[in-house]
Design a protein. Sequence first.
Length: 505
Amino acid sequence: MLTLSLSFPGGRYHATPWGRHVNEADVAWPPDPWRLTRALIATWYRKLDHQLYPEILLTSLLGLLADEPPHYRLPMAVHSHTRHYMPNRQKSTLIFDAFARIDPTEALIAHWPECQLNDAQTALLDELLNCIGYVGRAESWVEAKRLGDWNGEPNCFPGSTQIDQETGEIQTEPVHLFAPLTPDAYANFQQQMQSGLALRNLKTSELKSIKKTLPISWLEAVSLDTADLQNAGWSAPPAAQKVLYQRPIQALKSSVASRARPKPSPSADTVRYAVYGKPLMRELDTIRFAEHVRRAVMGKAKWTLGETAIPPLLSGHGLNADNRHCHAFYLPQANSNGLLDHVLIHVPAGIDGDMRRVFGALKTVKGFDGQEWRLMLEHIGQREDFENVSPIVQSASVWQSLTPYLHPWYCKKDFDVSAQIRRECRERQLAEPTEIQLLPTIKPHGRELRPIDFHRFRSKRGLMQPDTRGSFWQLAFAESVSGPLALGFGCHFGLGLFAPVKANE
């Protein structure tokens, strides 16, 4: 096992991904294994005693590192850039200088789980890390060291997309990193390329240029200057391979997500709109309309506050894992004809000033097929303010499904749907129901409805959905529970919504 710690005293990491122009303002994050390898080679060439640490020892060390793609533990990083007008003879040219902004006290961890070094290789690596000055561009000052023991958990690793088995949410985003080929793999590639070049009808100058970038020595191939590779027409370094990594979603954020702050006095947590338009959507399409509303809110937040300042309590992104259900619930409400003529947005963590601005500016909702509905803001206030006009925010001890409940986990022995409902109530800090009754149908407006009559799928692709059919339930609690009560898959989009049952019903 080998673990390296890299910290950036300047608080910045500058590195343009291979194949991207500097003015695209992209940042190669995390540092590619290819880039780390070349930084170690450059340090050996410039700063180490080659008699004490010969080339053959360096090759053996870097070859071991190339045998296994490293795993990373990434600190929080913010994607930033500066703009400069660079003078030239004709006119000034706008140049973007992109970088990842990192807390200088936080370290990036690179971990090789199976790598074993001998004493000579370890001594060389320690000396390289002690002498290394930067990784990436020269502005990316780095302090590096080898850790004797590390028991942390990597959050960036080779592999396929990670999906939360309980919620179906995608937990990682893919990113391609360049890693050096192993010496054996490069030797095979180099021989194949040389054989292929002999069969091609190339000009002498072209052939010479390409052959210069295919040396026999693996170390020399990894050390080639980027400009030489580009001049020879390579779209990627010949001694490198692309490796698909998975890093945390928003691992390179465009801004630091703001956090909801508790307020000393009660604050607004609910907003309600009247919906106008022809035709209104049916209650059977609750989840579809809820997604339209959320998309409209996100667009208005981007327009009003800026793309990098969308409140996480509206988007549901950038929140702590143990605080998943404090963000907005988008809950359409139907009239007596089963048409969605109101929408209630409930934010358990509270509505701050920025969110008030967004809600106040929201006027329209658009569908995917050109439909458009007008919204009229009725009120922004506390949940209790809406009890007379919206039963779903009332308090009651018995609740019945308004929309299908889709269990969020796969059913197992001793973990059926009723057990999942009880678990969800516990996780929401609610008392467990004393009675749970399965209902085959409901009659919200005199019309008998089955779960399969409702649309039950998110438009967002890639979500894991253990339950595609849905079910209706009646829940009884020992004491009154305050609404809105929404559970299960899609609960933030109107699925799994319950309404209070009065004593005389």
